[in-house]
Structures are given as structure tokens and as C-alpha cells.
Ligand binder design. Sequence first.
Ligand code: PSU
Ligand code: MN
Length: 299
Amino acid sequence: MSAEVADALSDGTAVVALESTLLSHGLPPGRNLDVARRLEQVVRDAGAVPATIAVLDGTALVGLSPAQLERICAPGADLAKLSVRDLGPTIARGRSGATTVASTSVLAHAAGIGVFATGGLGGVHLPVPGSTVTWDVSADLGALERTPVLVVCSGMKSILDIAATLEVLETNSVPVLGYGVDEFPAFYLRSSGLPVPHRVDDPRQVAAAVSAHRHFADSGVLLANPIPAEAEMDAGLHDRLLAEGLDLVKARNVHGSDVTPVLLEHFHTASGGVSLDANEALVLANAALAAQVAVELAS
Ligand code: PSU
Ligand code: MN
């Protein structure tokens, strides 16, 4: 833990965990460092301490120095994408990598942090053509089932089966809260058209729901915060990019953990940066909201 994060945790100051995969695998170099710094700043502006999480040279770090943040965002950093199962081997071998929602949640909880902001949650992937089921179900969902952390995100990307993902969250007994909305968001779009089970309208209500849940369950809680209206992508552009991206994944025979980064990269290049602006706006809004909730929980 960085000294700043350790001090904050010991004196009861609000702390917000931030993940590193969205920086290293979700945003292009240059832009990612700017977003990384601004994420930390919006958390500070709301009165909380940011703890960006990654593994560097065999050490799991909770709270990065400016130089460490630059390292994970550097062009050519070529970091591995680490889910929970990768943490042990990566640490043991002295290697480095960026952490996903699953592994960031687990490390945040191990450090004593209960609130975590990200962009999009992993979920249930669509079956490959010719198949009716998929075994590509993000470990993010299992981590949420087992790890008592509040994850603030803008839903999952429409590259996933959103309805199936919500079913898995229900099976895993993970509370799903919609922030100021009755419909579950779809990352670049404010609504997936699917209902959210519970609507909350301010950070106090979120904190109260999390505290009440903690009395009897140790699962995570998902807070779905839709992308700010002014940053929402045009639905037609979104649908076109998604169809193209899925064709690309098929044509290039992309599988497993590479699917999300390849699709994101297609969105970013083919939209001329529109999707990047959207991604940045939503993740900043989620960090600000997470900080407000963390402050409520700390009081
Ligand atoms: N959603 C995004 N950008 C990302 C990811 C999700 O908009 O970079 C990353 C997160 O780190 C998430 C991971 O935890 O992808 C899920 O990957 P997989 O489906 O391979 O579990
Ligand atoms: Mn996967």
C-alpha cells in the first residue's frame, strides 16, 4: 500500500479503488495517462483518496506513485491483463500486469477498501456462431459474488449478453442498483432497455443500501451509473461499430481475454475518437460518484 492509502485507511478517510486494465488495455497510450490522473483528481476533489491498483515486478500495489502510473500507461508497456487467477503466478514470478474488475476488487478488499470505480463490468459473452451456450463468462461476476466491495460502473458493454449477465448477478445474489434510473445502462448508451431491480437517487441511499446488505451478506454490490447524457453515443453509430467489431473478432479469430480489448480498439479508431470521449466521460463520472459514496460510508 502507498503511505497515503495506508494513512487514509487507518484514520478512516474515504478511499476509492481504481483499476488499471481500463488504462492499459481499454484506452490508447497518451490518453490513458491523462485519464488516469484525472480519475485520481476527481476522487480527491470529492474528499476521498484514490488507490489505483496494479501488479509491478511481483508486487501487488494499492495506490501508485506518479512514476508507477506513468509506467502502466506508457506506450509499449505491454502489460499482461490479470484476472484473479493470474495474481498468484504473476507475483510469484516477479512479473507485472494490469488488474481487471475481478482482481482489483479482490486486492482492494484485501487492503481494506470497500468502494471501487471502473468503466464497464465484464460479463457473459455472446455465444460463438454455431453454439447455443458460452463458457466465456467474466471472472468479474464470480469476484462480485465473493468479494464485499461496491463496484461503481456504467453497466457492461453491449458486446456482451447483458440480459444473461444480469441473470448471473441475480444467481450470485449480487444487489444491482441503478443510479437515478429505472433501466440498466449499456456503457456507451444510457439504457439497455432492461429494468434495474432497485433504483437509488443519491449517494446516501447507496451507502445505506450497502450498509444494510453488509449485515447479512458478504457479496459485492453493483451500482450502475449511466453515462452522462451529453456524452452518450449515437445509437446508430454504436450499432454499426458493434456489428463491425464482432465481424472483426470472428475474422481475426480472437478469443478469451483479447476479445474486449480488440472490440474497444475498433470502437475507438472507427468512431474517430467519439467512443473514447464517451468512455472517458463515464469513467470520470463513476469515480466522482464512488468517492461521494465512500465519503458517506466513512461518515
Ligand atoms: N470494460 C471496459 N473496458 C475495459 C474492461 C471492461 O469498458 O478495459 C476490462 C475490465 O478490466 C474488466 C475486463 O474487468 O475488461 C473483463 O475482461 P474479461 O471479459 O476478459 O473478464
Ligand atoms: Mn473471458
